[in-house]
Design a protein around this ligand. Sequence first.
Ligand code: IPM
Ligand code: MG
Length: 367
Amino acid sequence: MSKKLLILPGDGIGPEVMAVVRRVIDWMDKRRGVSFDVEEGLVGGASIDAHGVPVTDEVVEKALAADAVLLGAVGGPKWDNLDFARKPERGLLRLRKDLELFANLRPAMCFDALVDASTLKPELVRGLDIMIVRELTGGVYFGEPRGIEDLGNGIRRGINTQVYTTPEIIRVARVAFELAGKRGGRLTSVEKANVMESGVLWREEVSKLGAEEYPDIALDHMYADNCAMQLVRAPKQFDVIVTDNLFGDILSDAAAMLTGSLGMLPSASLGAEENGRRRALYEPVHGSAPDIAGQDKANPMATLLSFSMALRYSFDLGGEADLIEGAVEDVLAAGLRTADIQEPGKPAVTTTAMADALIAALDKRTA
Ligand code: IPM
Ligand code: MG
């Protein structure tokens, strides 16, 4: 059976880190007999430059037809002044929306070798393994009405709408309950039910679903502001967190930084399961890092680990995913570090050197 993978490198460091994944894909083809039907396309600023839009209909069609999409990063100063509808980020948002990728899985785990790269005390983060499930196609990101109105007399009003329906809450909560069942059995649902009706509804629906279908999962509820505080106070109290689009955006950045580097963290965005297949897009949590783009400095690990999530969730290749994750740990344990996770007094290596070491580690593990 062919495995259709659409690769969208995007902007900034996107193409550099994706080149490392391409090397691993070639390695898998040659050494493991696992091959993919790979296509590449443009997204973000790269697509704006070539076609005037952040993503073309053709690329969206290809994404809909693929078994999985792997995306690098979008955006950069070159496109900052475009109007809102044409910004690089809209390409990503359109893909999420058109593919109906409502569940965004953002693991925050601390690699042993990187405990000291965290800004928190080592004992707070050693062994950290949190999964944030962020709702990705609803809430204030897409709610109507939205816009900027002119009220006259030089006064304007900006409007966005936070809105959730019960099916939107239930489907993402279900993904989170299922994940909790496969992990530590604990789920924290996060909203602001103290000030928002959408939060009250969120809490009610998650509670009901938990009581009816997941009685074995230990469910608790937390306000988003408290959750932000708890994440930096005692992050290991969490197993799985489920929350809305905006809170998830913010809390997942905070959780990511606990681990020492955004450059290490992958994510998966999943749609509904239909005929045994789930639409899925995988991308690193970090952005396009224009300040270091083109300098062979970027950390390729987050994108490589995103590919490994694709192997696990979309292609049922858990063994190959283990292999890649093992190679990542080998490289870190050997002390290789790109600048973002550099240790004081030790040199930083290039993206290329990191990739060479990864391939060598893969060779060694399969020798
Ligand atoms: C993220 C990013 C995006 C978001 C931007 C690039 C639109 O911050 O994936 O977390 O806000 O969702
Ligand atoms: Mg974000």
